[in-house]
Design a protein around this ligand. Structure first.
Ligand code: NDP
Length: 356
């Protein structure tokens, strides 16, 4: 154990916290919250020459004095050795997030798995690291929600593969390898894992995000009708807060499902219609019935394979999960999903990605 009964100080704001993939959607909020709390933050980006990708981080309050950005690619062996040296905590958020890619092994699984192991190996070599917080996903819990089963942290996605929901596969494999590493190696740190569902909310950086893209697609007429899809939502600000709490709570352990309200596409469209009353392209045709689902499943074979398998494994299925562990043990609370959707839309409109 790295803390004892006599030493109750788990962390101080003098501690350096590493955030991998610091310019990403979730990580940018995490960097902001860590800087606000007074920590010294060392963030990694893939390419320091692409300043437009991370300029928003340099503008955050506290960044001048307490934010350092360094380059590291997930697939480069040893890339994180110098990055984590001297840090007390490591938040490993970087991982490719895309449903459809050209080569699932190269583009998803390799960076997710090799990147996670690279980071953990670096932490094992650095004597300073006390805890790693890994951003996993509900994708590591299941790729086919639904039925009567209430999902908990005990569930593992063992159905995904390179040809079936490869992004889900990459997240499940990366988390599995992380726990296997922790069991096999004698090291001085522990691992806490956060498993968010669909993350929405306002972005800090310019990056578009796979999870908020669904609102843009809905508004721009990208759906033939209202599909029988249902998601668990969680606000990006709550996800960042969950990571900070996972870091500072000494007794935190294991995995934490991080998800609030469950909303169907029909409910999401109703909120979007309220926010965007002049938006004529929002879907209105009801395909959220058994006939609609059969038709959309057939049509899914014409979609890119990642999107196609996603549809076939999610249409007509309502996720049921128990997110009480994170609320009970870490004190995380979740904003109502309808508020998060409104904030997301305001942000997308302000950035010109959606017309109001
Ligand atoms: P983003 O795409 O915004 O962030 C992903 C980050 O990973 C980026 O910073 C990206 O860096 C970095 N990255 C990708 N590939 C590499 C690589 N080869 N080397 C170094 N860095 C790399 O997505 P999110 O913020 O949404 O996702 C962050 C984490 O949260 C991921 O692990 C994702 O799987 C997980 N997650 C996301 C959910 C969501 O709904 N958004 C839900 C559940 C989990 P760069 O800026 O250089 O591209």
């Amino acid at each position: 154990m790295w803390f004892s009964m006599t030493d109750t100080r788990h962390e101080t704001t003098d501690d350096t916290v590493v955030v991998t993939g610091a310019a990403g959607f979730i990580a940018s909020h995490l960097v902001r919250q860590l800087l606000e709390a007074g920590y010294v933050v060392r963030g990694t980006v893939r390419n320091l020459a692409r300043r437009e990708g991370y300029a928003h981080l340099l503008a955050l309050p506290g960044a001048d004095a307490r934010l350092e950005l360094v380059e590291a690619d997930l697939t480069t062996a040893g890339a994180f050795d110098a990055v984590v040296d001297g840090a007390a905590f490591v938040m490993h958020t970087a991982s490719p997030y895309a449903l459809s890619v050209a080569d699932p092994q190269r583009d998803l699984v390799d960076p997710a798995v090799k990147g996670t192991l690279n980071v953990l190996e670096a932490c094992a070599r650095a004597s300073s690291v006390r805890r790693v917080v890994l951003t996993s996903s509900m994708a590591a819990i299941t790729d086919e929600p639904g039925g009567d089963h209430v999902l908990t942290e005990a569930d593992w996605n063992d159905k995904s593969s390179l040809s079936r929901n490869p992004y889900y596969f990459s997240k499940a494999e990366a988390e599995r390898e992380a726990w296997a590493f922790m069991r096999s190696v004698d090291r001085g740190f522990d691992l806490v894992v956060v498993n968010p569902f669909l993350v929405i909310g306002p972005a800090i950086g310019p990056a578009s995000n796979e999870s908020t893209q669904v609102f843009v697609d809905l508004q721009q007429g990208g759906y033939p009708g209202i599909l029988d899809l249902t998601w668990g939502f969680v606000d990006v600000r709550d996800v960042a807060d969950a990571h900070v709490r996972a870091m500072i709570t000494p007794a935190a352990s294991g995995r934490y499902i991080c998800a609030g309200d469950v909303l169907s596409m029909r409910q999401v469209v109703a909120v979007l219609r309220e926010c965007l009353p002049n938006s004529g392209k929002l879907p209105s045709r009801g395909l959220d019935n058994s006939l609609g689902t059969r038709v959309v499943k057939l049509a899914s074979y014409t979609q890119p394979s990642g999107a196609g398998t996603y549809l076939r494994t999610h249409l007509g299925r309502v996720p049921r999960y128990d997110a009480s562990k994170i609320q009970r043990e870490l004190g995380v609370t979740f904003r109502p999903a309808t508020d998060s959707i409104r904030d997301t839309v305001d942000d997308l409109v302000a950035r010109g990605r959606m017309a109001d």
